[in-house]
Design a protein around this ligand. Structure first.
Ligand SMILES: [Zn+2]
Length: 466
């Protein structure tokens, strides 16, 4: 079966391949950098990371643009309140976002682009929309006239006919199903920061930045546009209206949307005390790879209920995988290979691929790996897992971790320390052999205090990072 995605535009699951030269032109909406991103945001960004990695594993090249929204009402207001320039104000949160992404092992897009670096491009595009009769101005602001774009509503599958005239809003947020013209260029309020342009003083609306930067770096038609489900309307609907009015071509072939994240069954809200940034969770002692695992474990089109029990379960799941991987790498295996085991490894690899090909069904992909671990352990316990079965099993785990990326412990002791750990393990072995159990226990405790656990197996002593 080929790779396929549910396309919000067609409301169908469709087979996917890039339109040109085997490279996927991907655009994803990035953060608005006025505060730290929360775990709901990171659910979407983790989905995008899994998407990137699976596209690459499927043999495609990647050309991915993500925007950084570094100008909007809140940013202008907050920067002014702190008497900072927009740049200085947003630099802090932009860096924090990039640091958080690195912590969660999220790959960086090929083009990470800032709205404020493209003000001229946006002003030019708005002028072209005006030339094409798609805009009108009022009190110094320029608005997109939705009635000038007949396809409006095709992404959100809302029927806006008969509801298009008149009212307009000044802000980037809308009441759902309330179709209104939106600002492309907003005149400054009294004393507010602005850019000078042929459109008059002001600053761009939020929607135009994505259209302009997507087209600039990727061309008129994207292969995939992705984001959170809350962006379908009005943001992505407006991106389509602007982009297709500019180019006359379909803006994106595929639209992928990640569902919401709930916390302990409730919507995340500061007032409910269940609002967490990544930093909050790390501060509570949760390892980044555990958070990553939980965020990735639910297929992106299902809403994810983020719970602390779920984090515990994720921690245990990772432990099981690491324990097996360690056994796989170090077990003294009988010579030769077992045909049934070879077939079992092959079927697990196939199940893993089929699951991710099926609209990134991460839950099934994980299930395939865990069922494999159970069976492989059984084979090893009964000496039916041969040395020749090892490389294929290791390749399966490499393939797994190239996508999920949870096996490597965070903050792992640098490679130079491995020799030191090995030396301590050997010293403990020697102490045990000479029946110096006090010294052996002392070394075990010393290692434990540094997060290294020892395990006595029939193949000898193994150590792993907790
Ligand atoms: Zn966007």
């Amino acid at each position: 079966m080929a790779l396929r995605f549910y396309n919000t535009l067609s409301q169908r699951v469709e087979e996917f391949h890039p339109a040109r030269d085997n490279t996927v032109r991907l655009y994803t909406c990035g953060p608005t950098v006025y505060s730290y991103a929360h775990i709901g945001n990171f659910r979407t960004f983790t989905f995008v990371d899994i998407l990137r990695r699976w596209l690459r594993a499927s043999g495609f090249g990647l050309d991915h643009v993500m925007n950084i929204t570094d100008v909007d009402d809140k940013i202008i207001r907050n920067a002014a309140a702190e008497k900072k320039t927009l740049r200085d104000y947003t630099a802090v949160y932009t860096q924090a976002f990039l640091d958080d992404c690195a912590t969660l092992r999220l790959e960086v897009a090929e083009h990470l682009v800032k709205a404020t670096d493209h003000i001229g491009d946006m002003a030019d595009s708005i002028a072209r929309l005006t030339a094409g009769q798609h805009t009108y101005t009022s009190e110094g602001s320029t608005y997109f006239r939705i009635a000038s774009f007949p396809g409006y509503g095709k992404l959100s599958h809302n029927d806006f006919s008969g509801n298009l005239a008149g009212a307009r809003v000044d802000v980037d947020e809308y009441e759902k199903s309330d179709a209104r013209d939106f600002a492309l260029w907003k005149a400054p309020k009294e004393g507010e920061f602005f850019w000078d342009s042929a459109l008059g003083p002001g600053r761009p609306g939020w929607h135009i930045e994505c259209s302009v930067m997507a087209i600039k770096y990727l061309g008129a038609t994207l292969d995939i546009h992705a984001g959170g489900v809350d962006l379908v309307f009005p943001h992505h609907e407006n991106e389509i209206a602007q982009s297709e009015s500019l180019t006359g071509k379909p803006f994106s072939r595929f639209w992928l949307h990640a569902e919401f994240l709930m916390v302990e069954g409730q919507k995340m809200a500061k007032s409910l005390g269940n609002y967490f940034t990544l930093r909050d969770l790390i501060g509570r002692g949760y390892k980044p790879e555990v958070i990553r695992y939980l965020l990735a474990s639910v297929p992106y089109r299902k809403s994810l209920n983020f719970t602390f029990d779920g984090l515990q379960a994720a921690q245990m799941a990772i432990e099981r995988l690491r324990t097996f991987k360690l056994r796989l790498d170090t077990e003294n295996l009988p010579e030769g290979g077992n045909e049934k085991m070879a077939a079992r490894t092959e079927s697990a690899a196939q199940a893993f691929t089929n699951s991710l090909d099926d609209d990134l069904n991460t839950a099934e992909a994980l299930a395939a790996v865990f069922e494999y671990v159970r069976d492989a352990n059984t084979f090893m316990d009964s000496d039916r897992f041969g040395a020749e079965n090892r490389p294929a099993a290791q390749r399966l785990f490499e393939r797994f971790d190239a996508i999920f990326d949870v096996l490597k412990p965070s903050g792992a002791i640098a490679g130079a320390d491995e020799a030191e750990i090995e030396a301590l393990v050997a010293e403990r072995e020697a102490a045990r052999k000479s029946r110096n159990f006090a010294r052996a226990d002392q070394i075990r405790d010393q290692l434990l205090s540094r997060g290294i656990a020892l395990e006595d197996t029939k193949s000898g002593v193994r150590w792993k990072r907790k």
